[in-house]
Design a protein around this ligand. Sequence first.
Ligand code: GLP
Length: 319
Amino acid sequence: MPIRVMVTRDFDHMSEVAAELVKKDIIRTLKNKDEYVFGLATGSSPTGVYKHLARAANDGEFDSTRIRSFNLDEYVGLPGRNPQQRLMHPESYGYFMIQEFFGLLHRKFLETNLPWGSLIDQKRLLAELKAYPGDWRELGRDRGRQIRIKAATESQYLGWIRKDILGAYDKSIKKAGGIDLQIVGVGGRGHVGFHESGIPFAGSRVMLVRLDENTVADAVSDGHFQSKKESPRYAVTMGAELIYQAKTVLLLACGERKVKAVAESLLGEPTADVPISYGQMYSQKGGNLIYVLDEIAAAELFLNRKKLEQKGIKVQKTL
Ligand code: GLP
């Protein structure tokens, strides 16, 4: 399906337009099947959408108890002595989701899932990676790397991560029938979830990732962590290969920091350097990809409208 780009005035307008698209998709889908499988993202971009959706659900516009959700990613290495403390850290994505969405719903979702990154003890992870170098390899041509754990491991801990943290999350999405609509934001360098720039597409379903320095710097400059030292260094995330299997992918981007990544993702050829460019392959294979941007994030796309039209991509101003 052709990629649709909707250009809105600002964050509030972007949130309104995107929430309307999601709401329609939920209502339409729930007419044909029992459950809606909703892929969620963290970050500041989707917060307005979540408020609109919670209000609509609370007003009875759709049945939130028939929604099962899967989040893209979760940190590994948040401060805390045990999983419970790490999960309840105010910067965990679990905490974020309760605050920004789940907690706003009067009638809760049937089930919510986030990758089980908080179960991993970062100290133990580092020790096992060091002790068993033959059990894993790093993939990626930039600073963020996928830590790919082999099928047969000497380390029980690494084997457990592969099977019960990464593989099991992938399986639970499959068991739910796949994702109906996935919301994604964009990292400064075009990452999606924590599929960092330079990590190859192939084999990127649910991954253990060592974060890019740029991601860590953004987390500090956005005020999430006081310093790079306190910021988590790893994450568990869906990768582009899995994300772009959803029936619809809705990408939200707002503001100056997103201009370059958004432009590169559609104007250039698909490349692992800009993971969201994978969307072009997805749309060629029949996927429904919609960008909802504010005017600033869309600036370069607007200047290159002709080139995009030649690629079959429609850039549309939404008033
Ligand atoms: C983090 C998340 C991404 C998110 C990105 C952008 O890196 N792991 O999933 O898209 O932040 O966040 P924001 O929307 O705040 O710009």
